[in-house]
Design a protein around this ligand. Sequence first.
Ligand SMILES: Cc1cc2nc3c(=O)[nH]c(=O)nc-3n(C[C@H](O)[C@H](O)[C@H](O)COP(=O)(O)O)c2cc1C
Length: 154
Amino acid sequence: MSTSPRTLHRLLYRSRQTPETAADLDFAVRQIIGTAIRCNREAGLTGLLLTAQGHFIQALEGNIDAVRGAYARISMDPRHHDLQIFSQGPAERRLFGEWNMCASSLAPSDKSILAVLDGKGDFNPKALTATSALRLLTTVADIQRRTALSALVG
Ligand SMILES: Cc1cc2nc3c(=O)[nH]c(=O)nc-3n(C[C@H](O)[C@H](O)[C@H](O)COP(=O)(O)O)c2cc1C
């Protein structure tokens, strides 16, 4: 497949929150999302950011230069470490197109998530694979969409 700058790219990674970030996660996430939405809007990036058990799990999608540029900055960010890319490459369509960035948190025993991941016991971010990480993020995106819809009609 072509790697022209117009080709849509998607990158998925996970990282560990530093103890300082984890100690006031709501504050950290508010700051991160504020910056991310502003920068991502300018760069044409969309995505989703999950917090789960001391980890971040994030999807970034947009043109290859924008994705790589954002990831380069994100990987230098002292609020997390141990970044590990699950997957990166061309994508057919945006899976998180509604959000320049959107944050969601997962509880370790979230039953609907466990069902999606065929998990036994508590959810463990370290056990995710490229496939299960994408499934997790798209499931959370679906939940976000349903929640937004029910808020509108409710
Ligand atoms: C987990 C995490 C996710 C982030 N996601 C984004 C993002 O999607 N887009 C973005 O521009 N910055 C994101 N940031 C913030 C960047 O690391 C960085 O602070 C920001 O891009 C500003 O960069 P600058 O200070 O070099 O201008 C994220 C940071 C963390 C810790």
